[in-house]
Design a protein around this ligand. Sequence first.
Ligand SMILES: [Fe+2]
Length: 150
Amino acid sequence: MAVNIMHGKHPDLDVVDVLMEDHREALRTLREAMAATSEDLRDHRKIEDILARVEQADPCSNDYIKVAKELEGSVEDHVKFEEQLQFPQLRQLAAREQLVDLAGQVMKVKTTAPTHPHPRAPHDAASLKLVGPAMGLADRLRDTLRASTS
Ligand SMILES: [Fe+2]
């Protein structure tokens, strides 16, 4: 039997209705966050592909300027997407402790992550965890060798 709630944000609804509405709202937020995550991953792949083209282009060519401007626009669009949609959703879904833990994980991954684009490498989480640090080490070694010869 449902009990009427005569106060709070849903004064005309019974307890079951309130719980169902909260559940639906949480599901809606979760679905939106999952869609945003898919869009985020698509953006990252696109930006990585453009970065690879920038690295291969002759810096003195018109093509370089064109690809660099494409990169600039894609990164600006992506940052706007993250700051205006994805990060607010994340703050809504995760507890403060989870966000702090996530920030720590991001800072840790930054020390071993690749420093160059690898658009042909696998992009699923398990593969990245396995081969990401090796690609990062190879990139850093290459960066060091290039810096010492220039
Ligand atoms: Fe992103």
